[in-house]
Design a protein around this ligand. Structure first.
Ligand code: HEC
Length: 115
């Protein structure tokens, strides 16, 4: 007998649920591995394609622009820690993304910051 217990049980946050209702389905891509895919699937909903957070999700959660001078100055370690652990209304992704995925998505955000 195999019981495939769901590991997603604890991962639902009120904020994510509220945002998810606005963007049903389209951001639920599975198996993402590259930074761009992770960003588009998990981050763009709030931070926007251009990092400015000018999206319904970004406005609702008060996401600051990730391309501001302050954000650009943050270390990768800080950005990775925030992505893992969350911060205020920013959800924690430690249980949803692997460390390589988190590193890849931060690297992708760095490329957007240079645009
Ligand atoms: C539900 C909306 C939401 C989603 C989804 C989201 N963020 Fe955020 N993010 C926020 C908010 C709100 C803040 C501002 C947090 C604060 O400082 O109050 C933030 C801040 C950040 C920061 C700056 C944190 C710092 O160190 O000050 C980084 C980096 C970041 N997000 C990365 C990501 C990444 C990577 C993803 C996708 C894996 C992501 N975010 C998905 C809402 C979101």
């Amino acid at each position: 007998m195999h019981n495939h217990a769901s590991s997603t049980r604890k991962l639902r946050f009120a904020t994510m649920a509220a945002v998810a209702l606005l963007f049903v389905g389209s951001y639920c891509a599975q198996g993402q591995s590259s930074g761009v895919d992770v960003y588009n699937a998990k981050c763009k909903i709030c931070h926007g394609a251009d990092l400015k957070g000018d999206t319904p999700g970004g406005k609702m959660t008060h996401a600051q622009p990730l391309d501001s001078p302050e954000a650009v100055k943050k270390s990768d370690a800080d950005m990775i820690a925030t992505t893992r652990n969350g911060k205020n209304k920013m959800p924690a992704f430690a249980a949803k993304l692997s460390d390589p995925q988190i590193k890849a998505v931060i690297a992708y955000i760095r490329t957007l910051q240079k645009k």
